[in-house]
Design a protein around this ligand. Sequence first.
Ligand code: G1P
Length: 291
Amino acid sequence: MTNPKPIRKAVFPVAGLGTRFLPATKAIPKELLPIVDKPLIQYAVDEAREAGIEQMIFVTGRGKTAIVEHFDIAYELETTMGERGKDMSVLDSSRFTPGDIITVRQQVPMGLGHAIWCARAIVGDEPFAILLPDEMMWGEPGCMKQMVDAYAETGGNLVSVLEVPREDVSSYGVIDPGAENGALTEVKGLVEKPPVDEAPSNKIVSGRYILQPEVMRILEDQEKGAGGEIQLTDAMAKMIGQQPFHAVTFEGRRFDCGSKLGFVEATLAIALEREDMGGDVREMAHRILGD
Ligand code: G1P
């Protein structure tokens, strides 16, 4: 397939309560917790922008408005910094063309599939991306750019995958892999959070998707699945055989920022890589470890 419709829109489900990070997330959305000096959500938004995506759709809930504020003009800040002649380029990537940040509400947490379905009217009748901000994908080019490039060849539906130890598969969506061609693997089946001994592989869906709009129609009638939630994985599974469906093995590193350990790991790894502070962080780490 050549020249599939371009991916212009990305959906970010950000309605979760963030209970694993309490008390930090009592008054602050977990998506705004910083990795060094950038909130988690912005790494995902930057990744989408790098892939040529223009419109960001946040599926939010109560207590999450600060996420939208983050991507707005900060009038007082900018005026004061301007008057003082300060460099404001640090704010550039969190400013958007009017109309390119859109929010919809998910009133009740009913699962990832339901969250995505809440964005159906904004997505409309075109293919779209989904990025789960908890999964921090670190690579050059970024994960979504790698997927958009693959999509130009395959069209249809794509998920990013990576391999995990077999005993960990039950926390994820898992693919039943078919033929492989470089980073691309045909997807023959998808199952959400299978028991270890029933998992079709150890290739898990790692929070990045390019999907055709038909998935919204399927989600409309999707019944509850694993954990009593409406699962995106179950709706995607119904498209296999109807439309092309591939997995892209991400070349890069992934940090599970939905867990405390993953969050600390991401903070350290990224701080160590930063040109402005990497050396100092390395020295500090040695000092703390006493070696
Ligand atoms: C969700 C998806 C799952 C995917 C995972 C990646 O699960 O349902 O298929 O593998 O994200 O993080 P959750 O983490 O919301 O339980």
